[in-house]
Design a protein around this ligand. Structure first.
Ligand code: PAF
Length: 280
């Protein structure tokens, strides 16, 4: 696996690769890699000749400075993990390399930026768009692969690519889960033993809420989630919504229509976890 820290070196290499007609798959990450990331590498390797992974903890997408500070960083372990997974190229730029000047670009994602993650993490998606656009301009991949745990992020990135008039194909990949059902996330490593045990309630609550929504209606499902989270002092619910999976508009009817998805954000201690589950 080749490792680049400088944009010019990476671009020089990719220019040669592309001149040979090879396709490039791209997996942008913030490191602290887990098997969910490795599954994105595997999917990229199946459909592209060369797979590039980036590791960059993007400061502009953290609306909470403490969250940025404690975000897990383990570059050597990550590099070994990627090498084992057969990744071809790792790009690990510094903040100065990615942002030589202060980032001020503002994006308009309209409704999408006002709900769920957009509502509770103001500025977050603007920061995601800034870095993803920058990375796309550096790597110029044919396809880019993202995990669908960050469901709304994938929608934002699809909207960004449209705004950029870019032909990069955005591939949304399935959520990978631990054996107890918890969605894989870099943030899971920050949970204490007690919090990690409590976190297993999240997928369980989601599965039960799905059944309740389908059998008894959305209101009952929402009440159930409120009650279940309320019972555990270390848990705090930020949102649980059942939305149209294409628009993320909240479903106001009590019955579950076709193409609905449940989305949750919940704190376990100081660690914020998100998850989602299609209802149909
Ligand atoms: O999902 C992530 O890890 C990040 O938001 C991304 C897409 C790599 C941008 O920093």
């Amino acid at each position: 696996m080749l490792i680049f820290t400088k944009i010019a070196d990476l671009r020089g290499f990719l220019k040669e690769i592309k001149s040979l007609g090879q396709s490039v798959g791209f997996v942008p990450t913030m490191g602290a890699l887990h098997n969910g990331h490795i599954s994105l590498i595997s999917i990229s390797k199946k459909t592209c000749n060369i797979t590039v992974c980036s590791i960059f903890v993007n400061p502009t997408q953290f609306n909470d400075k403490a969250d940025l500070k404690r975000y897990p960083r383990m570059p050597e372990k990550d590099a070994a993990f990627l090498e084992n997974a057969g990744c071809d190229v790792l790009f690990m730029p510094s903040v100065e390399e990615v942002y030589p000047t202060e980032k001020k670009e503002a994006y308009d994602f309209d409704y999408l930026n006002t709900v769920l993650e957009g509502k509770f993490r103001p500025g977050h998606f603007n920061g995601v768009a800034q870095v993803v656009k920058r990375l796309f301009e550096i790597v110029e991949p044919d396809k880019a692969f993202f995990g669908s745990k960050d469901y709304q992020q994938v929608m934002i990135i699809k909207a960004l690519v449209k705004q950029m008039h870019s032909h990069i194909e955005i591939v949304s990949c399935p959520i990978l889960r631990e054996s107890d059902g918890l969605a894989m996330s870099s943030r899971n490593t920050l949970l204490s033993k007690e919090e990690r045990e409590i976190a297993t309630k999240v997928p369980k609550i989601m599965i039960e809420a799905k059944q309740l929504a389908l059998n008894k209606g959305i209101n009952e499902a929402k009440q159930f989630v409120d009650n279940e989270v309320e019972k555990v002092s270390l848990m705090k619910l930020e949102y649980f919504e059942i939305c149209n999976a294409d628009t993320l508009k909240t479903i106001t009817d009590n019955n579950v229509p076709k193409n609905a998805i449940a989305l949750i954000a919940v704190f376990v201690g100081k660690i914020r976890l998100i998850d989602n589950l299609p209802l149909n």
